[in-house]
Design a protein around this ligand. Structure first.
Ligand code: NAD
Ligand code: ZN
Ligand code: ZN
Length: 238
């Protein structure tokens, strides 16, 4: 993270300048693309940037178009990790990282089967995160954060698909995407460590919370949640 590229270079890596401006609106500033971007990004900051307010860019893979200066402003508002997410279709360019605090991910094997997966044993993941002080990437830098319900115990079937999900969860953990610091939607408590949109099964033999087994769609659902954070099979080096 220390060697993050210049914001302007990140934009130019994943967007190409459009000479023929389409008759559409910019999804960020909502103004027409043929009008200049409403963002007056101070160009003196960090040595300045050369993106002009009327430059329109097109994402290299998904093809969505918007003011490059609007995209620069959005990037500068985020974690500035060298990755971009298309605001139209959510396609991810580069390696998206999150704001998960320091902690530990451990993996164990359990012989017992999960409800709905009678033919295999179980993978147990244990996440441990101790309380700490929020960094600049968190909602209230310098303030403490709490950790409720840790260690959190999670379960996957120990079959081919479950093991693939496990490998992708390891990637997501390394990229700090499993948890974040925010307000718990269950308890309303602010400044606490919460799940970050990649669902886990935290009950093994019961389903009192709705986060248990059986759930025939779970592995497919979590694979698509991982993909929406940019974590796919392509991330697994053989
Ligand atoms: P949250 O309430 O902000 O919700 C974020 C996401 O987590 C939502 O998608 C929600 O569906 C999901 N979620 C909510 N409860 C869950 C659960 N029990 N297991 C798995 N996913 C769950 O997130 P949060 O504040 O991090 O967690 C919700 C609550 O669940 C908290 O009060 C936490 O203490 C508790 N919890 C307890 C344990 C435990 O082992 N005792 C484990 C996990 C979560
Ligand atoms: Zn715009
Ligand atoms: Zn797109």
């Amino acid at each position: 993270r220390a060697s993050a590229p210049k914001p302007e270079e990140v934009i130019q890596r994943y967007m190409e300048v459009l000479d023929d401006v389409p008759d559409e609106d910019c999804i960020i500033c909502m103004d027409q693309l043929s009008n200049p971007s409403g963002y007056e990004t101070p160009s003196s900051e960090e040595g300045g940037h050369s993106i002009l307010a009327d430059t329109v860019g097109k994402f290299i893979k998904c093809g969505h178009t918007l003011h490059m200066l609007c995209m620069l402003a959005m990037y500068n508002n985020g974690t500035k990790d060298g990755s971009l997410q298309c605001p139209s279709c959510k396609a991810i360019y580069g390696e998206k990282t999150g704001t998960q605090p320091k902690g530990k991910m451990e993996i164990y094997s359990i012989a017992q089967s999960l409800p709905g997966h009678p033919d295999c044993g179980t993978i147990q993941i244990i996440y441990s995160i101790p309380p700490g002080i929020q960094g600049p990437e968190h909602p209230n830098p310098g303030q403490p954060y709490t950790c409720r319900g840790f260690p959190r115990f999670c379960f996957l079937p120990d079959n081919d698909k479950g093991r693939k999900v496990l490998e992708l969860l390891k990637v997501a953990w390394m990229r700090r995407l499993i948890f974040t610091v925010g307000t718990s939607s269950t308890t309303g408590e602010p400044d606490t460590v919460v799940w970050n949109g990649i669902h886990h099964k935290t009950e093994m033999m019961s389903n009192l919370s709705g986060h248990g087994y059986p759930d025939p769609n779970y592995l497919d659902n979590v694979l698509s949640e991982l993909a929406s954070q940019g974590v796919t099979e392509d991330c697994l080096t053989p």
